[in-house]
Write a protein that binds this ligand. Structure first.
Ligand code: PGA
Length: 260
C-alpha cells in the first residue's frame, strides 16, 4: 500500500484528480470505477474544472459505479445514479452509454449482478477504482463479514451505515435496507485502487485497514492484498496511524519519475 498524507482534503483531491487525469490521457479507452458519498465530491469538481479548461476529455471514458440502492429508481433524488449525474456526468462530455450502474430495480437482481461483472470484464477491467471508506471499514457496500473474495451482489446495510447515509435522505427510516455492490473480489481486480478518507471520524477505520490484520471484519483491509493500492488521506484521518512518520518520509522522498 502507498499511504499519502496531504494537509487537507482539497489538496488530497487534487492529487487524486491528477492521477485520474494521467490514466485518462494514457489509455485509449480508460475504465474508471467511481464512488458516491461526500468523500469524492471535491474530486468530481476538479475533474469538471479540468474538462471546462479543456485539459481533459471524457468522450473515451467508461465508468462503473460501485453500488446502488435496491428499490430506488435512477431518477430518485437519493439514488447513486442521480448523485453521479448531478455531481459529475451532466457537467462533462461523457457518453451516456459509457456510464454503468448496478440497477436496483432489475427484475432478476441476481442475474443482473452477474451481468454487471460481465460488463466490467467486457470493458477490459477497471483501470482505477475510486473508493471511500465507511466508519465501520466498509468499501463499496461490503459491510463487515463480507467475504474477501465476494463478487457483485445484494448486501444488507448495517444500522450504522443507514444512519451515516440518512443525510442523503430525509431520515434514517427512508434509507433502503439493501444495496447492490461490487464485491471485494471485484474491487481487488481493478488495476489501481485509490482509497480516499478524510476527517477524524475515519481515523480508526483507516488505521485498521492499513495497519490492522487482514480481516473480513474490516473489508478495506483487503486492500493489503492489492499490488497497487493508494490510500490518500487528509491530516485528520491519520491520527491513529502508528507508522505515520514513515509514510510521510517515503512520500517526501519519492523519486520524481514515480510522481503523479
Ligand atoms: P462518505 O462515505 O464518503 O460519505 O464518508 C464513504 C462510505 O461510506 O463508503
Amino acid at each position: 500500500m502507498e499511504i499519502i498524507v496531504q494537509p487537507d482534503s482539497q489538496k488530497a483531491s487534487w492529487l487524486a484528480a491528477k492521477l485520474i487525469k494521467k490514466i485518462i490521457l494514457e489509455k485509449p479507452r480508460p475504465v474508471i470505477g467511481l464512488a458516491t458519498g461526500n468523500t469524492p465530491l471535491f474530486l468530481y469538481k476538479l475533474l469538471i474544472k479540468m474538462y471546462r479548461e479543456g485539459s481533459l476529455d471524457f468522450s473515451r471514458v467508461v465508468t462503473f459505479n460501485l453500488d446502488e440502492y435496491v428499490g430506488l429508481s435512477p431518477g430518485h433524488p437519493s439514488s447513486y445514479h442521480h448523485f453521479m449525474w448531478e455531481n459529475l456526468f451532466s457537467q462533462i462530455n461523457i457518453r451516456p452509454e459509457s456510464v454503468h450502474f448496478p440497477n436496483g430495480l432489475a427484475a432478476d437482481l441476481q442475474a443482473h449482478c452477474q451481468d454487471y461483472e460481465q460488463e466490467i470484464e467486457k470493458a477490459g477491467g477497471i483501470d482505477i477504482q475510486v473508493l471511500g471508506i465507511g466508519v465501520n471499514g466498509h468499501i463499496g457496500y461490503n459491510e463487515p463479514t463480507s467475504s474477501l473474495s465476494s463478487r457483485t451482489r445484494i448486501e444488507i446495510l448495517t444500522e450504522q451505515t443507514r444512519k451515516s447515509n440518512a443525510v442523503f435522505f430525509g431520515s434514517k427510516d427512508e434509507v433502503p435496507f439493501k444495496a447492490i455492490t461490487m464485491g471485494i473480489g471485484t474491487i481487488l481486480e481493478a488495476r489501481i485502487c485509490l482509497l480516499m478518507a478524510f476527517g477524524q471520524k475515519k481515523a480508526r477505520a483507516v488505521a485498521q485497514a492499513v495497519e490492522g490484520p487482514l480481516t473480513a471484519m474490516v473489508p478495506a483491509s483487503a486492500l493489503q492484498l492489492h499490488p497497487q493500492a493508494i490510500v490518500l488521506l487528509d491530516q485528520d484521518a491519520t491520527t491513529e496511524l502508528k507508522y505515520l512518520d514513515y509514510y510521510k518520509w517515503v512520500y517526501d522522498h519519492k523519486p520524481e519519475w514515480q510522481e503523479y
